[in-house]
Ligand binder design. Structure first.
Ligand code: KG4
Ligand code: ZN
Length: 335
């Protein structure tokens, strides 16, 4: 008998529901993005996000079951992201999942959003060789994590200020590119020269696996100010390419350093920024030079989606690690 899990993800601005069988077969993965709603504000407005989730949640759940060709009665368990994220947004998913678990009398599984991002890799990599290093790069996180086993993690380093995705979004905003900035910079950068502008790379103390991107962001802002004062035109493609290169250099260097320090032979990428083409290509190229293996999810599973939550939930289900019906949203939940 298959284990069939319905997972719900509402931590930020994507309302998503997915049905996954046995932790690996994606039967459906419905993602309703609110990007168009938030674009006019230049970023996610938490109150607007929770209202939109409320409007969409039942529709998205229904669609995920229909697309999977199943009904509520076929579910083994229901899973939900309960943190980290926006509290009002998380609560919509948590309330829906609890209602389903209670109504059907099936187990409820609470999943950490960051753990979900990591597990996007295990949808396809069903027999990973532990330990391995995972670089989690999203709008809210830049973490290097040692994965010792399913559910056994050690945080090795994190950002001390801006997350990588946040830096992409802020630089895109000052360039007037729009929101979300990561994919826009990624596309524009392909037309620019990544050596056109000298930008700083923060490596912090010798051997440190922490990150810092605020100095880089400020350097881009100062560069644009100087041009404006002098009345010189901005080559946005060159700025995008130089900025993307600076972020990727540090992310790749530190991921390789972590693999060496902890003697792992595999590096995984996870989170929205893992969709970045230069990051994927550079990590694969430089890791191959050191005979390290690189795993990354397809782009659609890098950004927020419920299939990754269902995959993480599957392994919790096998361990019997169920959540009580008193499960609450925890906006600053740690890995
Ligand atoms: O994981 P995610 O969907 O949501 C969070 O958990 O934060 O990540 C969203 C972040 C945004 O900052 C977005 O700009 C960034 O991922 N992102 C990218 C790319 N695609 C999405 N950053 C760089 N290059 C991309 N191709
Ligand atoms: Zn995310």
């Amino acid at each position: 008998m298959s284990v069939i899990i319905l997972a719900i993800e509402t931590s930020c601005d994507e309302t998503s529901a997915s049905v996954v069988a046995d932790g690996a077969v994606i039967k459906s993965n419905i993602i309703s993005s609110q990007v168009d709603v938030h674009r006019k504000f230049g970023g996610v407005v938490p109150e607007v996000a929770s209202r939109k989730h409320l409007e969409l949640i039942n529709i998205v759940i229904r669609e995920s079951l229909d697309a999977a060709g199943i009904g509520f009665g076929d579910l083994s368990a229901v899973a939900v992201t309960y943190g980290p994220g926006l509290v009002g947004a998380l609560l919509v998913g948590v309330a829906a999942a609890k209602a389903i678990a209670f109504g059907l009398d099936i187990p409820l599984l609470g999943v950490n959003h960051i753990e979900g991002h990591v597990f996007a890799n295990f949808l396809t990599e069903t027999n990973p060789q532990f330990p391995l290093i995972c670089l989690v790069v999203s709008g809210g996180h830049t973490d290097l994590v040692l994965i010792k086993d399913f559910g056994d993690y050690q945080l090795l380093g994190a950002t001390r200020d801006d997350a990588a995705g946040e830096a992409f979004d802020k630089v895109a905003r000052v360039l007037g590119l729009g929101y979300p900035g990561g994919p826009l910079i990624d596309n524009l950068a392909t037309e620019g020269n990544d050596r056109a502008i000298t930008l700083p790379r923060a490596y912090l103390e010798e051997g440190s696996l922490d990150f810092s991107f605020s100095g880089l962001k400020t350097a881009v802002i100062n560069y644009l100010h100087r041009l404006k004062q002098k009345g010189e035109p901005v080559n946005a493609a060159d700025v995008a390419a130089s900025f993307r290169r600076a972020v990727v250099d540090v992310l790749v260097d530190k991921s390789l350093l972590a693999a060496r320090q902890y003697e792992t032979d595999t590096i995984m990428l996870a989170g929205g920024v893992a969709a970045n083409r230069l990051l994927r290509d550079e990590l694969a190229r430089r890791a191959a030079e050191e005979r390290l293996r690189v795993i990354y999810p397809p782009p659609v599973l890098c950004t927020d989606n419920a299939a990754m939550i269902a995959c993480a939930a599957h392994y919790k289900y096998l361990r019997g690690d169920f959540a009580p019906l008193t499960l609450n949203a925890i906006p600053n939940l740690q890995l």
